[in-house]
Design a protein around this ligand. Sequence first.
Ligand code: DX5
Ligand code: ZN
Length: 226
Amino acid sequence: MRVQIAPSVYASPLLRVGEALDAVEAAGVDALHLDVMDGHFVPAISFGVLFVREIRARTSLPLDVHLMVAQPENLLDELAAIGVRGVTVHAEAFAARPDGSRELGEVLRTIRGAGMRAGIALQPGTSDTVFDVFEADIDDLLVMTVEPGASGQSFRLDQIEKIRRVSARARISGIQVAVDGGINPETGAACVAAGARYLVVGSALFSGGLDGIASAVSRMRGAVQT
Ligand code: DX5
Ligand code: ZN
């Protein structure tokens, strides 16, 4: 199966984001990864649904939203109305709630009920046991290979074992394993070898400026195609 490559729009040159989106789409990426951060679940604030709506109008690529927010349930209706393909929420946003496990299950079912793909994201320090509990409720499992909240960090090699473990299970249940953080041709190839089939790529695609996007996508594609 073709490995999915999804540029992280947060890592693109934000004042020229339209041109950056045109360039990644022309280069043949499979989807766009949109990082919504609320300044609470993570210290940074990125962008919200207004920006997601503008992106929807600009491109025909599928949009997959990564919610690094404390209250993901508040955004689901708007994201569904915009027409995003997938919504991934962090397991850690529910861990501290008294009834978090039930609430996470409800959120995942709400996402699917609205016709979107449902995903759980795991920070590097979070065990994948949550995957056992919600295996039947998700389409995507996003393994974070950096601490969430910023682009341009180094890939955490210690996450490869987790990717391998969840990928073996996910293959059987038809769940797509995605990785996010510090992905470049080398680390992306290691993730694909461990079983990941969806790569979020930020600075490795955008750090060379608008003119470097096409060649960065083709280097990425060449390194990870199985
Ligand atoms: C980090 C975000 C990532 C980030 C990826 O919290 O979830 O999607 O933009 O950027 P790179 O590929 O530079 O780590
Ligand atoms: Zn992300």
